[in-house]
Design a protein around this ligand. Sequence first.
Ligand code: IPE
Ligand code: IPE
Ligand code: MG
Ligand code: MG
Ligand code: MG
Length: 293
Amino acid sequence: MDSLIEYLDGKRQLVNTQLVNYVTANTYEGRVRDAMLYSIEAGGKRLRPILLLATIEAFRGNLSKGLPVACALEMIHTYSLIHDDLPAMDNDDVRRGQPTNHKKFDEATAILAGDALLTLSFQIITDSNDLTNDEKVFIVKELSKASGPKGMVNGQMKDMQYENHDIPLLELEDIHRQKTGRLLSFAVLSGAYLAEADDQSMNNLTAMAGALGLIFQIQDDILDVVGDSHAIGKPTGSDEGNNKSTYPQLLGLEGAIAQKDRYVEAAKNALHESGINGTTLSELIDYLSSRDR
Ligand code: IPE
Ligand code: IPE
Ligand code: MG
Ligand code: MG
Ligand code: MG
């Protein structure tokens, strides 16, 4: 575990430095840059970039190809959080242990900072000297699909529509797959693609990454109920306050934990099938499931 923590710290620092460089180099001095940097520097866990880089390492690929993609992914994730916190969405005041972007600045600035992070992410990929043109096209295509109207955005839309409504379990699973799972899956699958993993591994990793997305969002929902708001850096009770449909709300806390454990089994089995046991990826499955922040 100690070595995993060190691993996470090392990769986080790598990503943090590069993210700030990208934002600073591609913005004018002023309010848009300040608002982008505010949320980027607020201290996210960087789990998506880390998953991407860990997958590249599992297949002995080239990390320099992964870094721009990992940063682009984290920019999209950060934009999604800035917008998720807006009064029109979850209306939260604290994120990553600090006032949310719209609280620190204002709503218009938060919307624009989110827009800027989203669009800059694609520029980072197309500007990269480490990716071939074919790789750029593949990554832009997959990242836009994962983030867009059949991916994260649709999941967020349904998450809002199911406030105050009963939801069947399968529909809730579908929302989780879209709002959270697609970006997490992109992390694993783009890492495998860049490291030139074979088709068989890709298929198994697709199953692994799908389960991982569900594990991640169920744990997020659990932490919203029983987490320490200081540790998670955001308020607890937000879901209940917004009458969200979540696993704990639908199945109770014990039921949600049991369901998460089933996905952990599924993720580990799929990883085993892909033949890349014994890498950081298997430790990351447990870490994502049992994290307290
Ligand atoms: C929170 O994601 C939002 C979800 C998709 C559940 P993270 O828990 O990865 O948030 P940060 O990036 O560490 O702040
Ligand atoms: C948000 O889910 C997922 C995305 C931003 C796409 P939540 O609304 O549960 O995330 P938190 O709990 O505010 O981080
Ligand atoms: Mg939300
Ligand atoms: Mg939220
Ligand atoms: Mg949440």
